[in-house]
Design a protein around this ligand. Structure first.
Ligand code: GDP
Ligand code: MN
Length: 414
């Protein structure tokens, strides 16, 4: 179940009051797969999926539809759900109709409840055979942080937004904690019975659920969701939709999966930051934050909000930030046109404040930063650091503590 009030499912959202906008980075950003890619992975583990192929052009989509006999589903491939409601999933009854749908969906900016109002440009399609659906079920696997184990979830109310089901009737979501790597046969059968799966389809549903759990484990996934998992009128159990996120920290073990990354689907600034060893998440406010350490970065966002402002980003340049990282941090902060002031909040521990100050001055000179910069520095060699800043001739506003720095930055951001 994706926590969708934050940008990445790998980040846990705080809730309530001041910390509403806080996000706690959990490792790095998970890598999302497209539906067609996830289905390929799942198929290799024996999860039944519809026949189909990916298309990047209308001509490719037409030929895929022809291969499948014309009665197909044309599906937008973007890293967001809710495509059906947004007009990104269309049924076709002939090759010509499939071609028309492909032409309409390819290149459209698809807006769903998960894309945000700006939507997502559709650059790939999945053309699949249509299946005669009898029932739609929800299946999902993710890490349960309270149990410290993966949990297999299932609901008879599939095909709809599972978050709504969870909010309305939590008991409608069945759960089986996975011990070790496997979803045991008895657990899958217990789910199949509870879901009311008819005897003819039971064995194949159980097999598919176990295969799903194996795929989750062996791919180092952080999330697998099949919504809907369908039972067809001819007694088959098939994954009709598939969503799969891979734990970024484990990608080195899966070169084949790492290759599936689609940069077109990522926030360019966030990709840029990852490539420079920075933890950056774009937010909607106008106070840019340059901070070392994840905890301090969160406290900084908190105090900016306390001062009546909104942070433009979460940025952790790391405990031992190099001059280069600081420069890239500034560059990334400044590529966001909403930024009206920058609050620099550095605690010199591992790296001394004077070294950091030199990095900041060099970066500020090189990048010709045109917005006010409010500084709060503390830690080893802080006096020397302040001197370097004062002597730089640059227009830094040096605050005496965090609260004052936040107030100054918010005031200047207007
Ligand atoms: P999502 O809206 O992004 O989650 O995309 P889905 O892949 O879940 O598709 C949305 C809906 O389209 C499904 O819940 C189905 O109702 C419908 N759909 C997708 N494929 C088929 C199909 O092969 N046959 C039929 N009858 N409906 C389909
Ligand atoms: Mn779906």
């Amino acid at each position: 179940m994706e926590l969708r009030y934050v940008r990445h499912p790998g980040y846990i959202g705080g809730s309530g009051g001041l910390s509403d906008f806080l996000i706690v980075p959990h490792g790095r950003v998970p890598m999302k797969l497209h539906e067609y890619q996830a289905k390929e992975v799942l198929r290799a583990y024996g999860v039944p999926t519809p026949r189909g192929s990916m298309a990047k052009t209308v001509a490719e989509a037409r030929s895929a539809a022809a291969d499948l006999g014309g009665k197909v589903v044309v599906k937008a491939q973007i890293h967001a759900g809710g495509r059906g409601k947004g007009g990104g999933v269309k049924l076709a009854h002939s090759v010509d109709e499939a071609e028309r749908h492909a032409a309409a969906i390819l290149g459209m900016t698809l807006v769903t409840h998960q894309t945000g109002p700006q939507g997502r440009l559709v650059q790939r399609l999945l053309v699949e055979e249509q299946l005669p659906i009898e029932r739609e079920i929800y299946l999902g696997i993710t890490l349960d942080r309270a149990l410290s184990r993966p949990v297999f979830m299932a609901s008879a109310q599939g095909g709809v937004e599972i978050e709504e089901v969870a909010a309305r009737d939590p008991s409608a979501i069945l759960r089986e904690a996975i011990d070790g790597a496997q979803l045991q046969g008895y657990q899958a059968r217990r789910l199949a019975f509870a879901l009311g799966i008819a005897p003819e389809a039971r064995a194949s549903a159980v097999q598919a659920m176990q295969a799903l759990a194996k795929a989750y484990d062996e791919s180092d996934a952080s999330l697998v969701e099949i919504n809907p998992f369908v039972l067809t009128t001819d007694g088959r159990a098939v994954a009709l939709d598939a969503k799969m996120d891979i734990d970024d920290n484990a990608l080195f073990r899966h070169p084949g999966l790492a290759e599936l990354r689609d940069l077109d689907e990522e926030e360019p600034l966030e990709t840029d930051a990852i490539d420079h060893g920075l933890n950056y998440i774009k937010l909607d406010g106008n106070v840019g934050c340059m901070v070392n350490g994840a905890g301090l970065a969160m406290a900084t966002m908190d105090i900016i909000q306390y001062a009546g402002g909104m942070p433009a980003n979460f940025l952790d340049v790391g405990g031992g930030a190099s001059k280069d990282q600081i420069k890239n941090g500034f560059r990334i902060i400044l590529s966001d046109p909403n930024v009206r002031a920058i609050m620099i909040n550095i605690f010199g521990g591992i790296l001394k404040v004077d070294v950091l100050a030199e990095g900041i001055v060099a970066a500020a000179q090189e990048l010709r930063i045109g917005v006010p910069m409010v500084l709060r520095l503390e830690g080893t060699n802080v006096e020397k650091g302040r001197e370097i800043l004062a002597d730089s001739g640059l227009d830094f506003i040096v605050a005496s503590d965090m609260k004052e720095a936040a107030q100054q930055a918010v005031a200047r951001a207007g």
